[in-house]
Write a protein that binds this ligand. Structure first.
Ligand SMILES: Cc1ncc(COP(=O)(O)O)c(C=O)c1O
Length: 396
């Protein structure tokens, strides 16, 4: 990809000052409006990434911008030693919307998962003693980068080098109920964590039959079910949570990404069974429930409370998937996903498509070597969708 002098300058600065932790596309994003972003040279891109599923309300959303500006002028942070209204209001909204019993806000997806696993382990310790602390997860899952979440992540590539590894994790293939039953013979399992749609692992929705049976088996054995809704939640699949595409109700739900539309945030929802497990001193976070993040979350939650908002996400997602399938391109192996969480598996390399698309004015993501991942802002317009799809087709 040919770099403009401005982009080259920024990339050089990055290389000089940052650890090489990301494989980046050389686009310097300066601003955005709706689902379109503009780089420092004024070139526009349709955004099918929303900052990896974060900018749910797109860019320049009037209510979100206003709420953040007003809150910034008033109070940024006060800690959980005291109360602040945006925090309390966001909690009330998410509890009402989700039907869960209690909430806890933190700062990221990985932190939410760590907290949920702590709740499951403590629940189990209190009831069955400390030997029952194993967390079961699915192969090809992704649950974050901190030590417990990376161990719950069912991909060895994320574990190696970081020895000694935390113990108490087990993995099983998704959609294989016999293997799941076999895994549950391990009496030390206290929790099962899964994504309704595996995002990083290649955009794979779990099979309805498998997950409904797996959750039932866990409930029979008093194993705490944790649904990681960090990527599939907050309206992404056309439902508030990805698990609502199935007939299940997990004990714990973890959230992050889209919840505050672009301000760092994470959260846990607990049902009655586990909502009182943690007591003062067990868990906490300095930034969690930060007034600025919560002011933003309140706006996102207000949007998600509108049934027509979620219906629109489902319709747009279906339109994108149907359109891509209708191209009948030899290059495409499979189109899968739910709502605006779409994976296009291709024969060639997804990173090549990512770069070619950026050159032509479209931002897409990858999910492994052969999957182009699309996570547009939930508010993307039909016009932006058409423009983006035109570029994608040309690149494929
Ligand atoms: C399903 C899932 N869980 C957890 C995480 C980790 O979230 P964070 O990067 O906010 O820690 C991600 C991030 O991509 C994710 O997709």
């Amino acid at each position: 990809m040919e770099l403009t002098p401005n982009t080259q300058k920024i990339q050089d600065k990055w290389d000089a000052n940052f650890m090489k932790t990301y494989a980046q596309v050389p686009v310097v994003i300066d601003k955005g409006q709706g689902a379109t972003v503009t780089d420092i040279d004024g070139k526009e891109y349709v955004d099918f990434t929303s900052g990896i599923g974060v900018s749910a309300l797109g860019y320049g959303h009037p209510e979100l911008t206003k709420a953040i500006q007003e809150q910034a002028a008033k109070l940024l942070h006060s800690s959980n030693i005291f109360f602040n209204e945006p925090h309390v209001n966001a909690g009330e909204k998410i509890i009402k919307l989700s039907g869960y019993d209690k909430a806890f806000f933190c700062n990221s997806g990985t932190e939410a998962n760590e907290g949920a696993m702590k709740i499951a382990r403590k629940y189990s310790d209190l009831k069955y003693g400390g030997d029952r602390g194993t967390v079961l997860s699915l192969n090809k899952s992704f649950h974050g980068r901190t030590m417990a979440s990376l161990m719950a992540t069912g991909k060895e590539a994320y574990h190696k080098y970081f020895y000694p590894l935390p113990t108490g994790y087990k993995y099983v293939d998704k959609n294989d109920i016999e293997a799941f039953k076999e895994a549950l013979k391990d009496e030390t399992i206290c929790a099962f964590i899964f994504e309704a749609v595996q995002g990083e692992g290649g955009v794979y929705p779990v099979d309805k039959e498998f997950i409904e049976e797996a959750v039932k088996l866990c409930q029979e054995k008093d194993i705490i079910v944790i649904c990681d809704e960090v990527q599939a939640g907050m309206g992404r699949t056309g439902k508030l949570f990805g698990f609502q595409n199935f007939d299940i109700k997990p004990d714990l739900v973890t959230m992050a990404k889209g919840l505050a539309g672009g301000i760092p945030v994470g959260g846990i929802l607990a049902n009655e069974k586990v909502s009182n497990v943690l007591v003062p001193g067990d868990h906490g976070t300095t930034f969690g429930g930060n007034a600025l993040a919560m002011a933003a979350a309140n706006v996102v939650l207000d949007e998600l409370a509108k049934p027509e908002f979620l219906d629109d996400v489902a319709k747009k997602g279906q339109y994108i998937m149907d359109t891509i399938k209708s191209w009948n391109l030899d290059e495409i192996v499979e189109v899968r996903g739910k709502g605006l969480m779409i994976g296009v598996e291709i024969k060639g390399k997804s990173a090549d498509v990512e770069k070619a698309a950026a050159e032509k004015g479209l931002l897409v993501l990858t999910a492994g070597e052969h999957v182009v991942r699309l996570l547009p802002p939930l508010v993307i317009s039909m016009d932006e969708i058409s423009k983006g799809l035109e570029v994608l087709k040309a690149c494929l």
